[in-house]
Design a protein. Sequence first.
Length: 380
Amino acid sequence: MRLYELALMGAPSSSQVSAVEACISEVINPFGLGLKTEVGWTVGGASFYPSQKVPAAVAFFGEPNIPADDVGRLVAHGIPIIPVAHEPKTISADLPEVLKPLNCLTFEGDGALRIATALLECVGLLPRQRRVFVSYRRSEAKEAALQLFNFLSSKIYEVFLDTHGILPAEDFQGVLWHRLCDSDVLIMLDTQTYFESRWTSAEFGRALAKGISILRIGWPGVACAARTVTASSLALGDTEVDSATGRLSEDALQRIAMQLETARGRSHAVRRLNLYSALKRDLECIGGAVTGVGLHNTILIRLPDGREVATYPTLGVPTSMTLNEAVEHAHGKEAAILFDHIGLQEKWLQHLTWLGTNISAARWVRSSEAAWCFAGWGTL
């Protein structure tokens, strides 16, 4: 089953393909993923039709005569395209007109590694991008939660567990919701009284409110509640939970890992698509347009007055590093960082405001206010 889709379009050489394949495999194999199995791999030509339910990205190797419609179709679906030229002086000759506004990579030096990293970043497969939140009742699933924390950490996930992720004297509620907002998937350990706790019930509901995917791990004898109908679900068998210790079997852990990867990939794809579609709709409302999606998922937009802005969409919690990356990736263009502020700690939002006030190279744009902000871009 394909959980992610990557492609090399245009005219890559066989040696270039082999080099990029090796770099990608080196990164994803520790996750338990394989290139051409869980990670789909399309090479050559212009035909690439990925499902919108899985994350996808394309590296386009020089082929200036490719039909504009083939590239335009990918742009229309918000699929990131990474233009690749042989060397800096051949960029103009290597690329079709529709891709020339996007930032370009070259294959010189460590080009294979840079291209592989760029593709993996676009679909959320770099180690720093794999974040999950474990929601459970301590009285019923503490041992299983600790076991999952250790097991998923070994699979190179950043796992949030309330007993490990909140320091003494920190605002428990504030940190809890902040870390939930920074997660790709909420893993729900659905034991007998899961929804009887106001905390776990709120964690579940707020994950839905943020568009975060939910993976329900159902304990033996626990039926799915009506409100979990949209969650991915995995039911544990009687032999997969030790009744004496509460620990999960090795088979159960492996099944959870595979189901989690599926849920995480779908979450990444859907959230990116929703962010892109909402921005596109907001821009069209004010007379602007999206002109392309490229490196680092940067969305290039054109404002009603013709100015171009490199918009850097953020899933999760933006940081000062996000600001730094947005400015670097804009390559001299005006830059914006698009993010969802709901659920973030107030002191964090104040920090972002301070950064925006004192560093003018990029501007913070709340996704719910995108049309308003871009319509008055010249006054900000």
